[in-house]
Design a protein around this ligand. Structure first.
Ligand SMILES: O=C(O)CCC(=O)C(=O)O
Length: 258
């Protein structure tokens, strides 16, 4: 699996610009030979939560068609980060995963709402897991604050995913925690973590990138730095089986105790 991390700057409250930026990133990823492109969180609007009535993608229709078209045109799978979506009278922070044939593999609403950025006031929490197969590889995806809840990732990782995708808008001030949390999620689940954060700023926060690929032993194999970029990395998925068989932590769980 050759993953491309689209570490984008997101223009606050300006979907038209952001759709263009994503289209450029998909093209770059394809030119770099990627098989999977990963986008950041809330890339259509940024955290313009007070304007969601004007800005959110109604029923996610625009994003869905946009990602399907790009996936087919450039023949790559897309872990679509997340976008602000309006469904009925509610707003969601929604991830779509689309394969290169244009099939929608998964639709996930962020489960843990981040109160420090007022998500609890505007966004409706998701209820369902996000496990899918990319080119036959079992994978899962979560969004930003979700990574602070190891039980949520574990519940899904125990079902077989070898790659954990994370899409985020993680403020610079807490990037030291971002790195440690992601490394811990990789180590405890013995899986690759492919995590994409944005760069740039919005009226309240600076975002410092540090999109990472972390191997199943917790070592950072790619760090995208702090500028807008698309970086690619080859995942050696044989590592997952090797690490899991060398220390059988899933089998050693005492699930009757917790
Ligand atoms: O947990 C954090 O520190 C950041 C989370 C966040 O920014 C988000 O979920 O959007």
């Amino acid at each position: 699996m050759h993953v491309a991390l689209a570490q984008l700057d997101i223009k606050f409250g300006d979907p038209a610009t952001n759709y263009q930026r994503v289209a450029i990133a998909v093209k770059q990823a394809s030119q770099q030979g990627a098989s999977v492109l990963v986008l950041p969180e809330m890339w259509n609007t940024g955290y313009a939560l007070t304007d969601l009535d004007q800005l959110a993608d109604v029923d996610g229709q625009r994003t869905r068609q946009f990602l399907i078209d790009l996936a087919q045109q450039y023949q790559l799978n897309i872990v679509g980060g997340s976008v602000a979506v309006a469904r009925e009278n509610y707003y969601y922070n929604e991830m779509l995963v689309v394969d290169r044939t244009g099939k929608v593999l998964s639709q996930y609403d962020k489960v843990h709402r981040f109160g420090l950025m007022q998500e609890d006031q505007y966004i409706t929490a998701g209820q369902t897991e996000n496990i899918f197969q990319l080119d036959g590889v079992p994978a899962m995806g979560v969004i930003c604050y979700d990574i602070r809840f190891p039980e949520w990732l574990r519940k899904q990782a125990a079902q077989g995913p070898k790659v954990i995708f994370v899409s985020a808008e993680w403020p610079t001030v807490r990037l030291p925690q971002w790195r440690i949390l992601l490394q811990a999620r990789a180590i405890e689940n013995q899986a690759y973590v492919v995590a994409v954060n944005r760069v740039g700023s919005d009226p309240d926060n600076d975002f410092g990138g540090q999109s990472l690929v972390i191997d199943p032993l917790g070592q950072v194999v790619t760090d995208a730095g702090d500028q807008a970029t698309v970086v690619t990395t080859d995942l050696d998925l044989t590592q997952v089986a090797k690490v899991r068989s060398s220390m059988p932590v899933f089998a050693d769980r005492r699930v009757e105790l917790y």
